[in-house]
Each structure stands twice: as structure tokens, then as C-alpha cells.
Design a protein around this ligand. Structure first.
Ligand code: TRP
Ligand code: ZN
Length: 469
């Protein structure tokens, strides 16, 4: 039964790639152009092939909108240095970039020619890039920033705000502000420097290297030593107060709280240290070197688990804080190999919210599960195929709630001992990597010693309300 589903998916993938005209790179050793996509059926042009991006050094200067005339527009001027390692001999290669203007591209410090096609920046270096030889690609670019939207019409990417920018890029919005291999299969480390008018703060992921002010501009430097998927990169700008503190366990937190917000807006952060300690007992060591929050008085309409530093729209609620924190294990350290696998992010994060709620003496996981299962079988809620929700269904309610119910039901099915082992082993085995729904089923089978084919078929590969085990 599953092989039928799976081959259906493979055919759909091939059809989507053909329909979209994406070109996968060949595997021969003959020099050839890189491909325009990483092979994700939902977003055929996201990411690229023919090379691995290993590091981004972004140097961005940003002037937020002057007053508040509609439409909001800022000005961004930047130099991106992308270190790539060709995985074949390359005659040309692609980066993803939407909007903005490219002034110049250099490869290995020699000028290169480039063209733009849709959201693809196609770079042709002077000479063939040999497979395996690391090389720096320097892109000088800039232009007016606006308020980009994803295919569901939600704000994402570099979202210009009254006093800065909110940068939240799931699934493919990083290309709205820097040239990138914009898919989680190509994780990289980052050094990001953002220069903003003095008085404003730019907040990135990872560690704060420092800040320096000269001539009315302040440069904020951030560094992420752990590999990061492009959709988790932020460089948000606002009227923030930075608060640094350390958990009893020794983890540095850097919170950026908008000064224009009332204290109640960030009250949901109060139990962050307890949450980290609690999740570490369930999911293993916190996967990164720091944590924190960005709470902005503007809104993109949702919160995002930007790596080490989730971003919140106008308010950080306690449940949302638990959700975004748990994503550091589920989504950020272990990322979905294809966007179809997003329930591995959202199901786990919702289930983690249930665990925290129960631990904190409120609604139990059993009650939350019962709530989901109280949804009538006739409801359209049950029509989403959790492990293949479609590109417009990434954030469907069922991806979150049926995804969480799947994990609860799996625990009932394989028992607490095997499930607890799975909760620790999944983030450990796939740390700093990507994994699929099949990988998850395989690990659950390995740790439980059970054949879970029918279980996963019913819960994530089939529409319709599953029977409670
Ligand atoms: N991944 C986010 C979370 O669950 C949610 C999210 C990202 C989202 N982009 C969105 C929700 C667009 C709605 C619309 O934490
Ligand atoms: Zn989430």
C-alpha cells in the first residue's frame, strides 16, 4: 500500500519538475551548468544543484522607511559572499534571488557574468569551477525593500516595517534579501553584519559578535557556527531593547524586545529557562549555542522559529514560546528533507506544546488529543494528507493538530518506553541534517521492534479520520 503512495509521490514530483521546467544537474564528470532547483516537488526552484553552499558572509546596510507613507519601502545595499563547493565540474550555477538589483558578481575574486530568470540568478564564471574546490562568490546588490508574500499570500522574507524589518522566511523567503541556495537540504554557517541608523538594533541568529557606531550608523554583527537552513535566517531590525541572560543550565539567551510594546507582550517568555530544562529531559540537549526571542510591535501574522532566536508578531504567548523553542530540535536541527515532510516540524512542535501545558499543570496531552479526535469524521480537517499536504497546505491545521495526534497515538501504539527513546534518538541521529517521514517511520520501527506500516498509512498517508489505537 505504501509503495503505491510513494510511487505516486515520485511521479507527482517528476511531473511538477517537468511542468515547472526545472533542470536537474547531470551526474557525469563532464563540465555542465548547475541545476535551478534542489529537487523539492513543492518548490521546484528552491535551492539549486551542482554545488553545496557552506558559508554565507552577509554585509547589509539598511535604511528603514523614512516616514510612514504607503507602501512601506526601505533601502537595502549589500554584499553577499557565498562560499560554495561544486559537486560537479561547473560551467555555470544558480543562486535564488527575488527582486533587488545585482550590480556585480565575482567568483574566486574574478568578475563573472550573470543573468536573471524569474527568481534565479545565473552566474557564469570565467573558468570552469572544478568539483570539490571551495570558491567564494561575491554578489554586490541592493534596492528597495517591500512586503513580500508567500504562495499563500502570507507576509514573509524581508518584511519592511515602520521602524525596521521583520525577517521570517519559511519556506523560501530568504531569496527576497540575499542570493541563496534557498532550501534546507543545503544548510550553511553564517556571519551577518547589518548596518542600521544609530538607535535601531539589528538582531540575527546565534552569537552577538559585537556592535560599533560611526557616523550615525551602527553595525551589528552576528555569527552562527552551527549549520542553518535558509528559511531560519533572520536579521530583524527594530526599536529593540537587548536583554542578555543565562539559564541555570548555562545557556546564553539574547532577547530583543520592542521598546514600543507593553511588558505584557513578552510575559510569555518568563518560563523560557524552565521550558528548555523540561524539553532537554524529553528531547536531549538543546541543539545550539544560544537562544532568545525577538518580539516586534509590527506583525507578519505569525511567529517563526528562526534558529536560536524565534520571532514573534506583537506578542509572545507562553504556548507559542514552547512551540518555537521545541522547533529548535524539531525543524531546525532536524529539518524536513522536502516541504511535504513539514508535519515532522509542526506535529512535533504542537505535541511539545501539549507536553509543556501538561507539565505546567494545565490541559493534559490526553485532553488535547481527545480534543482533536472530537472533530467529526465528516470535517474537512480530516481531508489533509498529513505527510503530503501540498504546497498550499504547509500550515494547514491538520499538519499541526493531526500531526501532534499522530505522535500521541504512536506513543499509545509503541508504548512510553519506545516513544521516549524515539523522542531522544530522532534529534540525536539527524542533528544538523534533514530527514523524511520514511526515516521517522524507520526509526520508530527500529526502536519499537514493531511493523508500523499500517499505522503510518492510516495517520499520515491517508485522508480520513483514523481509528484510535
Ligand atoms: N512555522 C510557523 C510556526 O508554526 C508558522 C508559519 C510560517 C506560518 N509561515 C506561515 C503560519 C504562514 C501561517 C502562514 O511556528
Ligand atoms: Zn511551528
Amino acid at each position: 500500500m505504501r509503495s503505491r503512495v510513494r510511487s505516486g509521490l515520485a511521479v507527482a514530483a517528476a511531473v511538477a519538475l517537468l511542468a515547472a521546467g526545472a533542470v536537474p544537474a547531470g551526474a557525469s564528470s563532464r563540465p555542465a551548468p548547475g541545476g535551478s532547483g534542489a529537487g523539492d516537488p513543492y518548490f521546484p526552484f528552491a535551492g539549486n544543484s551542482g554545488y553545496d553552499a557552506v558559508h554565507y558572509d552577509l554585509d547589509v546596510r539598511y535604511q528603514p522607511p523614512a516616514a510612514a507613507p504607503a507602501p512601506l519601502a526601505g533601502q537595502l545595499d549589500a554584499v553577499a559572499t557565498v562560499t560554495i563547493v561544486p559537486t560537479r565540474h561547473l560551467t555555470s550555477f544558480n543562486l535564488d534571488l527575488r527582486g533587488l538589483e545585482v550590480d556585480s558578481v565575482a567568483v574566486g575574486s574574478r568578475p563573472a557574468t550573470f543573468t536573471r530568470e524569474g527568481d534565479e540568478l545565473i552566474v557564469t564564471p570565467r573558468t570552469i569551477l572544478p568539483r570539490g574546490k571551495e570558491v567564494d562568490v561575491v554578489v554586490t546588490y541592493g534596492g528597495a525593500t517591500g512586503r513580500p508574500r508567500d504562495i499563500e499570500d502570507a507576509l514573509y522574507g524581508w518584511v519592511t516595517t515602520r521602524d525596521g524589518a521583520m525577517v521570517a522566511s519559511e519556506p523560501d523567503g530568504s531569496m527576497t534579501w540575499y542570493p541563496v541556495s534557498d532550501h534546507q537540504t543545503d544548510k550553511a554557517t553564517y556571519d551577518v553584519a547589518v548596518t542600521v541608523p544609530e538607535g535601531l538594533v539589528a538582531v540575527g541568529n546565534g552569537d552577538l559578535v559585537g556592535s560599533a557606531t560611526a557616523g550615525g550608523w551602527t553595525t551589528w554583527e552576528w555569527s552562527s557556527r552551527e549549520p542553518m537552513a535558509s528559511y531560519l535566517v533572520t536579521a530583524s531590525v527594530g526599536n529593540y531593547e537587548l536583554r542578555q541572560w543565562t539559564t541555570p543550565g548555562g545557556l546564553l539567551n539574547i532577547d530583543a524586545i520592542d521598546r514600543d510594546l507593553a511588558p505584557a507582550a513578552s510575559a510569555g517568555l518568563a518560563q523560557t529557562a524552565e521550558m528548555i530544562a523540561f524539553f532537554e529531559t524529553r528531547f536531549g540537549p538543546y541543539p545550539f549555542s544560544s537562544f532568545g526571542a525577538i518580539v516586534d510591535d509590527d506583525s507578519v501574522g505569525y511567529a517563526l522559529e528562526t534558529q536560536t532566536r524565534p520571532i514573534y508578531s506583537t506578542r509572545a504567548n507562553e504556548g507559542t514560546v514552547a512551540h518555537e523553542l521545541s522547533h529548535q530540535w524539531f525543524g531546525n536541527s532536524v529539518s524536513p528533507e522536502r516541504w511535504a515532510d513539514i508535519w515532522l516540524n509542526e506535529g512535533w512542535a504542537t505535541y511539545a506544546e501539549w507536553l509543556w501545558s501538561e507539565h505546567d499543570g494545565r490541559t493534559t496531552a490526553a485532553e488535547n488529543f481527545a480534543d482533536v479526535m472530537a472533530t467529526p469524521a465528516t470535517s474537512s480537517f480530516w481531508q489533509t494528507i498529513v505527510a503530503d499536504p501540498g504546497p498550499l497546505g504547509l500550515f494547514a491545521g491538520a499538519v499541526y493538530d493531526r500531526g501532534a495526534a499522530t505522535l500521541y497515538a504512536l506513543r499509545e501504539r509503541i508504548g512510553a518506553e519506545a516513544f521516549d527513546a524515539l523522542s531522544l534518538e530522532w534529534p540525536a541521529r539527524y542533528k544538523d541534517s534533514v530527514a523524511t517521514t520514511d526515516d521517522f517511520q524507520a526509526l520508530a520501527e527500529e526502536l519499537s521492534g514493531q511493523d508500523l506500516e499500517a499505522f503510518f498509512d492510516a495517520w499520515v498517508w491517508t485522508a480520513g479520520k483514523p481509528a484510535v489505537p
